[in-house]
Ligand binder design. Sequence first.
Ligand code: NAP
Length: 527
Amino acid sequence: MITGKNYIGSTLSASNSKTYTTFNPQLNTANNEQFYEATSDEINEAVLLASVAFETYKNIAGSKKAVFLNAIADEILALDDLLITTYCKETGLPEGRAKGECGRTIGQLRSFANLVAEGSWVEATIDTALPNREPVPKPDLRKMMVPLGPVVVFGASNFPLAYSTAGGDTAAALAAGCPVIVKSHPMHAGTGELVASAIIKAAEKTGMPNGVFSNLNSSGIDVGVQLVQHPKVKAVGFTGSIKGGRALFDLAAKRDEPIPVFAEMGSVNPVVILPRALEVDTDTWAKTYAGSITLGAGQFCTNPGLILGIKSDMLTGFIQGLSQEIVKIDPTCMLHPNIYESYKKNKQTAFDQSGTEVMADYSPAVNDNYAKQAVLTVEGDTFLKNTKLHQEVFGPYSLVVQCENKKELETIISKLEGQLTGTILTDTIEAKDYTEVISALSNRVGRIIFNGVPTGVEVCPSMQHGGPYPASTDSRFTAVGIHSIKRWIRPFAYQDWPNELLPQELQNENPLQISRLVDGNQTNKSI
Ligand code: NAP
């Protein structure tokens, strides 16, 4: 059942008279449940509880954290239809998408459970002492990764499950040993509360300390701002807009004790379409990209919002084909009237820029909150001069830039902001003639795709989801896959520490049988 209350650890709390509702964009009406905005005292209570819980939780064995993470996955599955119907009525997204995202969320939790159960992720590194070394003895040094402390997680509107309450950031932080306080997304507060209830149940059933997880409601920026400024919060995970992520990053940097903000933000995901791809199959690429641009009403961080090619008849044919294909696709509902209004406004801003030509703009009447897809084109030099055209238009929109030549293509790519992904459509022979272009693109992105589409983020250890700023605030990390745990840990070394006082990961006997770097050799043997 949805109560509309905050979870301060396992306690449901509703001290505020200020409430808000979520919205059903398909019906264009507010949903019934009232959500109680967290008060300043509730925020403080949740953070203090998390910092007390940290002292216990940071020492809990990986095998027990694995049981906890798997229990969260089980409790989410037990929510069954209630979760799916709540997700759909708060987002306008179809049931299939809700189920798919739920499966991805469960998969993420279980992959972190496996990681911490196995244990080698702590990167144990041991250099044994050389007491007789000349001119000075070498001490015994042993290092491993330890959790940072309480983490605040902000989820995005477009992934109510996989990038929200029990999404990748939360799963990774809990796996690392960090308690989590979620700043619930106001657009899917009911979905968030249901998932929070599953996490709390799992924590209780598996004996985790109270405060290992809290969920705070808010319909504006105040709760998030107070959380990021709280001295006991040690790191922030954010998925959302560049504006929001940057504001929180700046706030965290201004604290007396600055803390890391791992913000995963918007991106236009440039696609470079080279002549050979057009020679081989213009129609297929036009159809494929019409599908990718409109997937999920274009509400993906990996949406292909920018297509770059070199002027030719074939490129003109591709633009025409894409424009014809895209208007054949039925528009779909956006997540919320605010997102729909932003889309309309940003699309219009692009239309209004001098030198842009509208190639497709879906014209038939549609239901409220349904996004009309659009394709624009512009010349390379106009694009270069107008950085407004470089910005994400969150929705089913793409801009095709027609470059004069290879040099201009390379220059444009090198002037782009950092991106989550870049895509090259070509063949292996032509690719060798475009090494500078490919190299320029590699400098601007976190993941490069060959002959495909950027939409669709496989969850696996080799996935890189993040990129140079502003795709993310720290391009050294990923937000997807088990390596995302690295955002919530720090290296910690013991010098000449007695064996029996060391954590198991660093003891001579290697009781957990993990893989360790011992005196320069990777091994799972004891010392
Ligand atoms: P958003 O408006 O930035 O909101 C995200 C969360 O941050 C919300 O809870 C919001 O709270 C909070 N927030 C925003 N600005 C804030 C501020 N100045 N201070 C404190 N809190 C603030 O983003 P969204 O509309 O939910 O999500 C869409 C965006 O996310 C798109 O740009 C998309 O590309 C991006 N995205 C990126 C990824 C990725 O992995 N890189 C994945 C999914 C989505 P309130 O709503 O209460 O203000």
